[in-house]
Design a protein around this ligand. Sequence first.
Ligand code: ADE
Length: 220
Amino acid sequence: MPYNFQIITLFPERYSSYVESGLPARAYKKDLFRLNTFLLRDFADERRKGRVDDEPYGGGPGMILQVGPVEKALASLPEKFPVVLFTPRGELLNQKKVKQFSKEIGLILIPGYYEGIDERVAENLVDHQVSIGEFVLGSGDLAALCLIESITRLLPGYMGCSDSEVMESNEDGLLEYPQYTRPPEYNGWKVPDILLSGDHEKIRLWREMKRNEITELRKK
Ligand code: ADE
């Protein structure tokens, strides 16, 4: 059964263009996953003519996404899956959480916009709050796409060869070893001799050492 993403968004075209090129396009055409977008504006209060944001109570800059349109959009969805809200205040995403999400049969994604989203969404309507990093995006759509890609690439059949899934960065908490391909020398920049030696045991040990080295360096 294809993995099912239902996304409540102001910008559906961001998702349709995502599945137009590269591996996502191929996997999408193979029906490994489905993306259904629902336009948040369609659930705006009738009197507000498609507007879904308003000023923050208590004052302050920017606009806040209203709870009503989000609640109505959620209620309208044909299928129910765990609901994920994207916000810089969410739990930091990592590969372990991606793997857990990949075991679901689908997810409902809610990217945040503007200065934020009425807290009653987080309090009452969502199962998970996710941040993709300690920085602030202008919208949650790119964060949602990060989660979509990190999940779909784990789906069986996404990559040509299944080994690359197992070996990939972060699966066991260690980062990936460096990789090289032809030519063996370019501009005087050489591929490490050991990789050309054909000694598989030595290569395995070298890779293990490099993974530990780079993990130490990056995770400090
Ligand atoms: N929306 C804005 N910034 C975000 C972040 N870092 N992660 C998830 N959603 C966001």
